[in-house]
Design a protein around this ligand. Sequence first.
Ligand code: PMM
Length: 420
Amino acid sequence: MTIGAASRRVRVMGVLNVTPDSFSDGGRFVDADRAIERAIALVARGADIVDVGGESTRPGAEPVTAEEEGRRVIPVVRTLASAGVHVSIDTLHAETAIAAVEAGARTVNDVSGATFDQDMLHAVAAARTPDGAAAYIVLGHWRGVPDPAHQRSEYADVVTEVVDWLRERAEAAVRAGIASDRIVLDPGLGFDKTGAQCWELLRRLPELSALGFPVLVGASRKRMIAETLSGVPEAARAHPGLEHERDLATAVVSALAARAGAWGVRVHDVAATVQALAVEAAWSGGQDCARQTAAQQADRITLTGLEVFAHHGVFDFEREQGQRFIVDAEVRIDLRRAADGDALGETVHYGELAEAIDAAVRRDPVDLIETVAERAASVALGFAGVQAVRVTVHKPDAPIGLPFADVSVTVERSARGAAR
Ligand code: PMM
């Protein structure tokens, strides 16, 4: 399968930890043969990608050298890739990434967003699989090597910071030579984030999708799930049929992530997630992510004919006398939550939008209506939840020496400089 053209609605990435100290497998798959057996079971249950990791990112886990990591993972990667499995290599090390891609891994999954190893982006850009294909890269958000001694979950706005950081990392990847259609972004749930911050990232996932890259969600068995389950009766948590007591809740997250437009989910228990995704797909009538995202992006609020008297223009008399500027603004925002709850807090208050644009247009005089339009677009984008804006500034009384109806400038801008 490729990242661009989906064989299913949401990709399932099955976790294969080949470590003696992994988060949740407890080192059960250190032996290469057992790891391969486990991977084959993941694929049989419906995994589209098998994510092979040889170093635990669990806080406090012993770091491993690239050499030791390679020794653990490369034989597994080679065997699985030669059996036709889409293998992703979960690594922080460029050296391991290159060796894995050369052994057939098609994706490099770097939870540090390629900041841990400065060579990572160039290594991925240059690496080729044995059949000559360039690799995909998953860029995760993090603030450094997970360490229980570090309290690094202070954010002014976790979503804004994660989105801005990932946009910058995606741009760096493109500059390093990785094609933009080979980049996947991941909010890095649990990496220096509290449970509440992780849930907020999921709640506002469309803000990350608005960057234009596929989004991968990795909530599987994480503390955010355990915290949520702490409120349910003990007897409801014990599930003999599940490998882990957090797997059912993880599967529910997978279904909800699908609904929120995620491109893929990274999970330990593939079977539970595949079932949950089947239910979600049935419920949504087989509508695919792209269409769902497009529907979200089709929602809009339009304000037209806002008249502002201001002093913009290149001529002195325009600066002195002032004139009318007429503004049309269209903001794209997912309106379903506002409509579901009849909640003003979930949408853009059009009165406040009008006032903010009026103030931005009225501010200190400039020569060009281009500048005025840019200002208005920028304040409109500042409203919570706005994914994109289109602003037209008309100057119907412009000093043109011929009869004319109108002259205007239109700008379209996406949230936080959406990458595409
Ligand atoms: N989480 C872990 C490891 N790798 N990769 C991606 N892309 N996203 C994640 O959220 C992520 C990851 C840590 O969890 P684990 O040790 O249980 O696999």
